[in-house]
Design a protein around this ligand. Structure first.
Ligand SMILES: [Fe+2]
Length: 183
């Protein structure tokens, strides 16, 4: 399974380009996390890129969302551990997060939303001038980008990362693909 094959499949299954950008952002953060933790960057990155592949196919049906995604990922050649991380990032299945990969996907997913929202309220709507301390300030404003779950983001502690470091890492990772994200 190559990254190109994964990206093609994501684009085939997800029409909304903002959702594809979200998956690219999660991929970037997952790669940075894997590098930081000495894990497999390709495996973690592709898990991030694949994680919402079924989001439009399941159309809000939380009982199938992520289950179908895990199946599609395996069809593409993803490992069991990648499929497990995708499955358990939807809490509706009641599958517990066991591995570091499971935990990383769970906290990286909402961080992209917080960072994207923090960029979009800037006059230039760009990531380049956004600082981690601004994102951390936004983190504490509960009503700001409320969909970006603060509790899941805080679970970075399960990976041995403090919130400050996690936000910094995530922001730098997203800045690295700012053009792809249109930010
Ligand atoms: Fe997601």
């Amino acid at each position: 399974m190559t990254r190109e094959e994964v990206l093609d499949s994501v684009n085939e299954n997800v029409e909304n380009k903002n959702l594809v950008k979200h998956m690219l952002a999660v991929e970037a953060i997952m790669r940075a996390l894997a590098k930081r933790l000495g894990e497999d960057e390709e495996e973690w990155g592709l898990t991030g890129l694949l994680h919402d592949i079924d989001v439009e196919l399941t159309a809000g049906d939380m009982s199938s969302y992520s289950k179908l995604g895990a199946d599609l990922a395996k069809e593409l050649g993803a490992s069991e551990s990648m499929a497990h991380a995708i499955l358990c990032h939807n809490e509706a299945h009641g599958v517990s997060r066991e591995t570091k990969l499971d935990k990383a996907l769970y906290c990286a997913d909402p961080l992209t939303g917080l960072i994207t929202a923090a960029a979009l309220v800037r006059p230039d709507k760009k990531l380049a001038g956004l600082e981690a301390k601004s994102v951390l300030k936004r983190f504490k404003e509960k009503s700001f980008a409320a969909g970006a779950g603060r509790e899941p983001i805080s679970q970075c502690s399960e990976l041995g990362l403090g919130l400050d470091e996690f936000v910094e890492l995530g922001l730098e990772a997203m800045k690295g693909i700012a053009d792809d994200l249109g930010l």
